[in-house]
Design a protein around this ligand. Sequence first.
Ligand SMILES: Cc1cc2nc3c(=O)[nH]c(=O)nc-3n(C[C@H](O)[C@H](O)[C@H](O)COP(=O)(O)OP(=O)(O)OC[C@H]3O[C@@H](n4cnc5c(N)ncnc54)[C@H](O)[C@@H]3O)c2cc1C
Length: 300
Amino acid sequence: MGHLSFEFFPPRQAEGLERLVATARRLQPLQPDYVSVTFGAGGSTQEGTLATAQRLRQDTGLAVAPHLSCVGLDAQTVLELLQRYREIGLCQLVVIRGDRPSGVAESGPFQHAVDMVRFVRRHTGDAFAMQVAAYPDIHPEAAGATSDLTHLAHKVRAGADGIITQYFYNADAYFRLRDDIRRMGITVPVVPGIMPITNAEQLLRFSARCGAEIPRWLALRLKDLESEPAGLRAFGLEVVTSLCQRLLDGGAPGLHIYTLNQAGPALALGAALGLTGRGAGSLEEAAGGAAATGASPPSW
Ligand SMILES: Cc1cc2nc3c(=O)[nH]c(=O)nc-3n(C[C@H](O)[C@H](O)[C@H](O)COP(=O)(O)OP(=O)(O)OC[C@H]3O[C@@H](n4cnc5c(N)ncnc54)[C@H](O)[C@@H]3O)c2cc1C
């Protein structure tokens, strides 16, 4: 397989950061190209993102890509943050708009992710490789599918080096997005974002908020398994493994895995996909790790 990356969110407590470093170490044998650290809306975890990225970089030596959100940041704050990232040796970013708390009016110089991509390029040249977000199931606020694609193309033309998708469970939606954006002359990698399935209630709730579609057949089967955590995890692993296999067979350049700060599900997926060549542990070990439950939802 080509590209592999793992997404984390900044833990709220100091002990959480220790656990996250341990999680990253468990995932390290899979040799990710980088790990990314989300950025809370409203700049609420600006310090958390920086501290988490710094700690992961220092303690694991992994390449770290902090996410940079537009919401609540002014130009000076962004410049200072970018300077700090350069000082600690980071050269990759995931640039996203973020979501305003409902009822909060738009303000600030960065209205859309494209504004931030342009700003980072203008002020830091080629110092950072930038990834931007795309939505196989279409962004919930988009005026339409075509306008969502047009805005995605603008982000790349403004200087993004790659695209990571929101998670989805319909491979055809990914292939259509990739093929449509190719037809618009955009050639950067479109890496599918993959959400392992470990907790039905949480997945259904979060998906309703972010516009990721859970197909009816999947939602109903997950509901049936709600009281059987082991059965649900086994079923979820089977579904997500076959999704990933289909994506990779269809030419996806790799995978970006939303870990929810848990190593087990990502290790189990790596083992099921036969990523042992990258140094993954045994399926038994991975499945044991996947037994850990209670992952928190993403900070965004
Ligand atoms: C890989 C990934 C990582 C994420 N990481 C985080 C994170 O760390 N923190 C966080 O808070 N959220 C994160 N999110 C969620 C993201 O912030 C939300 O999905 C947000 O609603 C949109 O972000 P965007 O970068 O796609 O926005 P944009 O590209 O700005 O698009 C948002 C909406 O506006 C439209 N649009 C875009 N440009 C324009 C324009 N110029 N004029 C008019 N309309 C436009 C688009 O069609 C879309 O409907 C992530 C999402 C993904 C897929």
